[in-house]
Design a protein around this ligand. Structure first.
Ligand code: ATP
Length: 218
């Protein structure tokens, strides 16, 4: 039975771009994850509805993952009726993976700063490790000072200096990792498309072709 940690990267992926893909690739290598599951969200609880339907965001994520054996795309949140909480997804994955296999939730620094607003955030540490990737615009120097107190406390108590420590227990640790700084966001890509400018080279050509074929974000 496979016991290697499973990486989980949730997001709206509206649309998926190279910031997501480098995060998955670099943390996959750093943490020696055989799999990184990309999980496009259904109805995100923390923000307005995504610009395009879950089916399109899922299709774009599948195109982006093509040819990379490590990346798997999951439709479970898009298929779920009602709000898609990361807690619920991790609980399902935990039930499927069994009690001992490590789960590793991958998040960007911007998402982690909001973590204490997530549904049952505290219990997420009981289901998975949390690995925080640096992201341009969210400097991580002395950054625990910018976290709300309860999150800063968890962060300091759980921080592991050695990324491969995620292999040693099923859940509960925090790792912070520098990745190639790519100042790419889905918001900026949507804005470019609306303004008639091309986001080429910020996301895979296959995804851009899909956007154009289906006239998304225009
Ligand atoms: P939007 O601009 O619509 O808010 P986004 O580009 O932030 O979207 P999401 O789908 O919200 O993309 O992000 C999913 C996850 O990927 C989050 O944890 C986010 O922090 C992380 N992420 C997205 N882009 C980057 C990036 N360029 N560098 C590092 N992490 C990123």
């Amino acid at each position: 039975m496979a016991t290697a940690p499973i990486g989980v990267l949730g997001g709206t992926f509206d649309p998926v771009h190279y910031g997501h893909l480098r995060l998955a690739q670099e943390l996959g290598e750093l943490l020696r994850l055989d799999e990184v599951r990309l999980v496009p969200s259904g109805t995100p609880p923390h923000r307005g509805a995504p610009d395009v339907a879950g089916e399109h965001r899922l299709a774009m994520a599948r195109l982006a993952a093509q040819g990379n054996a490590r990346l798997k795309v999951e439709d479970r949140e898009v298929r779920r009726a009602g709000p898609a909480y990361t807690f619920d997804t991790l609980e399902e994955l935990r039930a499927e993976a069994g009690g001992t296999r490590p789960l590793v939730l991958l998040v960007g620094a911007d998402a982690f700063l909001e973590f204490a607003t997530w549904h049952r955030w505290h219990e997420i540490f009981g289901l998975a490790h949390v690995v925080v990737a640096h992201r341009p615009g969210f400097p991580v120097g002395r950054w625990s000072e910018r976290m709300p107190q309860p999150l800063a406390r968890e962060y300091s108590a759980r921080l592991m200096q050695q990324p491969l420590a995620v292999h040693l227990s099923p859940a509960g640790g925090v790792v912070a990792a520098a990745i190639t700084a790519l100042d790419i966001s889905a918001t900026a890509i949507r804005d470019m498309l609306r303004a008639g400018r091309s986001p080429r080279y910020l996301l895979p050509d296959s995804v851009l072709d899909y956007i154009q074929t289906h006239r998304l974000y225009s």
